[in-house]
Design a protein around this ligand. Structure first.
Ligand code: SF4
Length: 334
């Protein structure tokens, strides 16, 4: 198998998008991501060093990865985050970040120097009290301020908003209205089951429920459906005359696995072939032993299920004995 096919799975999907979780640590405690009791952090020595992040990423780029997104926990709280950005920016890839926005202002110049444009900021409420409730921290003003700082500096800003019933469902239109005068893109995300996040279907705001609210507020003529790009995870829309857009990532009710191009690397050097896979393979130990990691990457990609790590039906996804085998979101990085 040629080196360029190592990342193509048995369904013909080419995995050219690597998501790297840089840390299991975070300065927020979002209830749908971090179990209330916190998590057992991996031992410090089992976390990838910046050289190891670079070496593994370089291997993936050699096999065809063209986009790398850095996630966490919160990637920007890693002390050597700027060094990692610099190293990875030397690779022929598009580099993107997903951050909770608390410290992102400190990296604006670094991003500019390295040509990093795409910044996703997690924000689940425009209401300070609700923000405090969901993140268990008091950074609303800082995050809100930083989002507009990024826009003012010309970055392509997407807001990741996890929708939960009876929590922020009533803010859907407020988020969409943000895009009237601002070049901002809100991605509404269906609440997904991960270890420790007390998920159940009753808490889900589905794609249909979201669009029902949208068409209650705007006429069908006012809401334009934006054509999907290859590998798109979201269904994108724009209200006529608005500067920005909104979208829905519907992994629960409308999974988009047919065109999946994503593979994940955890902070402790494990490769996951799917966000929902309950299995993973260790790249870090063989790397530290000077062994080739290519066969492990290949085997992991070949073992990928068609959809949602094998939970291809809602019944399976709802089954806690299946979805709880996975990690908590904080250690996957979305
Ligand atoms: S659920 Fe898994 S297979 Fe489906 S799009 Fe997400 S990562 Fe890809």
């Amino acid at each position: 198998m040629s080196s360029k096919n190592i990342l193509t799975d048995t369904f013909g999907r080419k995995h050219n998008y690597l998501r790297i979780s840089l840390t299991e640590r975070c300065n927020l405690r979002c209830t749908y991501c971090m179990p209330a009791e916190g998590i057992q952090l991996s031992p410090k020595e089992s976390i990838m060093s910046y050289e190891e992040v670079y070496t593994i990423a370089k291997e993936f780029v050699h096999h065809g990865v063209t986009k790398i997104r850095l996630t966490g926990g919160e990637p920007l709280i890693r002390k050597d985050a700027a060094l990692i950005l610099e190293k990875l920016a030397s690779l022929p890839v598009e580099l993107a970040i997903t951050t909770n926005g608390v410290n992102v202002d400190r990296f604006i110049n670094t991003f500019k120097d390295l040509g990093i444009q795409n910044i996703n900021v997690s924000l689940d409420s425009l209401n300070e009290e609700k923000f405090r409730h969901i993140t268990r921290r008091n950074y609303f003003k800082k995050v809100h301020e930083n989002i507009f700082k990024l826009i003012d500096h010309g970055f392509h800003v997407k807001l990741n908003c996890v929708l939960m019933k009876d929590f922020n469902e009533d803010e859907i239109i407020d988020f969409i209205r943000l895009s009237e005068n601002h070049l901002i893109h809100t991605q509404f995300i269906e609440f997904m089951p991960f270890d420790g996040n007390k998920w159940n279907l009753d808490k889900l705001v589905s794609y249909d429920a979201l669009m029902e609210r949208v068409y209650h507020e705007f006429s069908k003529e006012q809401v334009l459906r934006i054509a999907d790009q290859p590998n798109d995870t979201s269904k994108n829309y724009q209200v006529k005359g608005y500067k920005g857009t909104f979208a829905i990532i519907s992994s629960v009710t409308n999974p988009f696995c047919d065109s999946c191009n994503r593979i994940r690397l955890t902070a402790n050097g494990q490769i996951k072939n799917c966000l929902f896979s309950s299995t993973e393979s260790d790249l870090l130990t063989p790397l530290r032993q000077g062994k080739s990691i290519t066969p492990i990457i290949q085997k992991t990609v070949q073992a990928k299920f068609k959809s949602r790590g094998g939970m291809d039906t809602l019944e399976k996804l709802k089954d806690p004995t299946l979805h709880s085998k996975n990690r908590s979101m904080i250690t996957i990085g979305g």
